[in-house]
Design a protein around this ligand. Sequence first.
Ligand code: SF4
Length: 367
Amino acid sequence: MIQRTPARIEARNEAPSSNVASQRDQAGSSIQSWQQILADSVTSPEQLLTRLGLPFEPWLKGANAGHRLFSVRVPEPFLRRMQHGNANDPLLRQVLPLADEALHQPGYVRDPLAENTAIQTTGLIRKYQSRALLMVTGQCAINCRYCFRRHFPYDSQRLGPEDRRQVLASLNASPDVNEVILSGGDPLAVNDRLLAQWARALAEVPHIKRLRIHSRLPVVIPQRVCDALLQWLEATPIQKILVVHVNHPAELDTATRQAFARLKQAGVTLLNQSVILKGVNDCADTLATLSEELFDAGVMPYYLHAFDPVAGAHHFDVCDQTAARLVQDLMQRLPGFLVPKLVRELPGEASKTPVDINYQPAETASY
Ligand code: SF4
């Protein structure tokens, strides 16, 4: 079973102001810290099914088979947005393991983007000319069944103090890099003291102009957008971009929207990337609503990723023809700035590759 680093270990060096199990809001009510919420996540198929009022038969056997390959992790705020008793809930489908995950399917591989070949030094991946990807942790707040990094060897990329020096030396010696992307896992699963250190060190590299963070945490645990996070973001003098990951409009609630608003106030540009997933968001109504609601919440739709053929997740795959028709439909319904770019990442390419949306004329669409 793939078990990523336990949440308690990643969060234990939190800055003093937020290293508490609970805090008080302005009205004096007790609110849980994000670390406590992360530590209390649902981590077994039995728990997940029970919490949603779903019967063990027929779900548990298959869920356990998938769980042995890639463990279940669902935080409470995300769980609460699912519909009780609905096995087809689009949020549940993203996190419920299925027996299909154990089936071998030709063409679906452990490293679909060949990232192993792009590792420059421990924790640092160079795929694109002007950008470098820094894997600050293998920990996530949620384990998404379709994740293209579900087999990634995070343990071999764990950053120790000497590795951090190497990363900074490598970046200092790479004047062509003007943007560093904090990735993982989920970089915001790391404590704010360490993230603030990274931000300071990266901002001191003269040619780095932008710090980009790819994170699902503000969506799945909005409490992650805490004072300590906002303080170091505000103090970072280079441009900050946070790319969140929302696949379905039901993932957005009041707390998520408030978290986005706080990030914007801290000077962070907010973008969204989604993955097109069968049974979750392969529907033009859903995607159009998602774009509208993201924009209302201050987040620009950025990428709609074609499915990466990762082993164990073939049942989420949506063919390019269907994806192209969906985007054609979105173009008819939405202003251009609300239509995310349909792209695929191909191993060895210097950028994301646009998927040809003229694959089939819109008038013949039949999905
Ligand atoms: S949060 Fe992102 S990195 Fe983590 S499992 Fe989900 S898709 Fe993968």
